[in-house]
Design a protein around this ligand. Structure first.
Ligand code: C2E
Ligand code: MG
Ligand code: MG
Ligand code: MG
Length: 299
């Protein structure tokens, strides 16, 4: 049996003929189809930015994370986990990533010119290939100038996987943009495998506690300890800290006790189109103002 398998491997290597495996054929075809669909999606501009509120304990909605959604022709909605990896494999992530940054910066300009939204920041996810792609920092700088954005309003979210392979190049690009004033958040913090020493060399402004630690935060002592440690690590390093995946008020309260004052999650709102995000933000912050003035009046 093993010999036969070995023979097949050798044969297929030698002649480039693979043995007929229906499952594999299906997968190859599906992958090809997906690639075609993604190319069409880029050409037709079928990607749209959704926005999820980021809420500060005292100041209400202070920003948003831009999360990409794909609306293929009359076929509902597709979420990033189903297409970001393929965009990365095909290299299309460069084009799509530029569109995300363009739309995000354009939105920041609109907000800056609307008094009730003028303080909002925008977090944008950036893939490793994108960050290391030639001209990335000049593209971002150009957008900042074109849309007359305060650079500190733009936060780029990277993950440990971004720099684990190419730390020197990553640090160089990050420093170029940090010098302009762009912020950097370390997304999914605590799920990677790199050492903590890189925290010294990266120009970060924020750590983002991964939602896997928040999910069972109320019952799981380890998740609590990890979250608490991330908060104090951020504090000692002078970094902001935000928790993602906050789904209920109990998680929010516990995080507040642990010293984490920024939250993102379904408890507030899911990612939604810009209109819904703006309506949510208007209402949430208005209601917060009312509470504050009621408190004042009661004194
Ligand atoms: P992420 O950057 O860690 O984004 C957070 C994910 O958690 C989002 O999933 C968000 O919808 C989801 N989420 C937010 N609050 C909650 C909650 O309370 N509970 C739960 N269970 N989930 C929550 P989404 O939008 O499906 O995005 C998945 C990932 O795709 C993102 O993870 C990010 O890594 C990637 N991604 C999204 N947009 C972009 C983009 O424009 N460019 C790149 N390169 N990657 C992107
Ligand atoms: Mg993110
Ligand atoms: Mg995350
Ligand atoms: Mg994540």
């Amino acid at each position: 049996q093993a010999e036969l398998a070995m023979y097949k491997v050798k044969e297929s290597g030698r002649n480039n003929i693979s043995f007929y495996d229906p499952q594999m054929q299906i997968e190859i075809l599906q992958r090809k189809q997906m690639e075609n669909d993604l190319e069409r999606a880029v050409v037709n501009d079928e990607f749209i930015l959704f926005y999820q509120p980021q809420v500060s304990y005292n100041n209400g909605v202070v920003g948003a994370e831009a999360l990409l959604r794909w609306f293929p022709l009359e076929q509902g909605i597709i979420y990033p986990n189903e297409f970001i990896p393929q965009l990365e494999e095909t290299g299309l992530i460069i084009l799509v990533g530029e569109k995300v940054l363009y739309d995000g910066c354009k939105k920041l300009q609109q907000w800056a010119n609307t008094p009730e939204f003028s303080q909002l920041t925008l977090s944008v996810n950036v893939s490793s290939a994108q960050l290391l792609h030639e001209g990335f920092s000049s593209y971002v700088t150009q957008l900042i100038n074109q849309f007359k954005i305060k650079p500190g309003k733009l936060k780029l979210e990277i993950t440990e996987s971004t720099f684990i392979e190419n730390i020197d190049a990553t640090v160089a690009v990050m420093n170029e943009l940090a010098n302009v004033g762009v912020q950097f958040s370390l997304d999914d913090f605590g799920t990677g495998f790199s050492s903590l020493s890189y925290l010294k060399s990266l120009p970060l402004t924020e750590l983002k506690i991964d939602k896997s630690f928040i999910k069972d935060l109320l019952e799981d002592k380890s998740d609590m300890a990890i979250s608490k440690t991330i908060v104090s690590l951020a504090n000692s390093l002078g970094l902001d800290v935000i928790a993602e995946g906050v789904e209920c008020i109990e998680q929010l309260q516990l995080l507040h006790q642990l010293g984490c004052n920024n939250y993102q999650g379904y408890y507030y709102n899911r990612a939604s189109d810009a209109d819904e995000f703006e309506t949510f933000t208007r209402n949430y912050n208005k209601q917060l103002l009312c509470q504050v003035s009621e408190d004042d009046g009661g004194d």
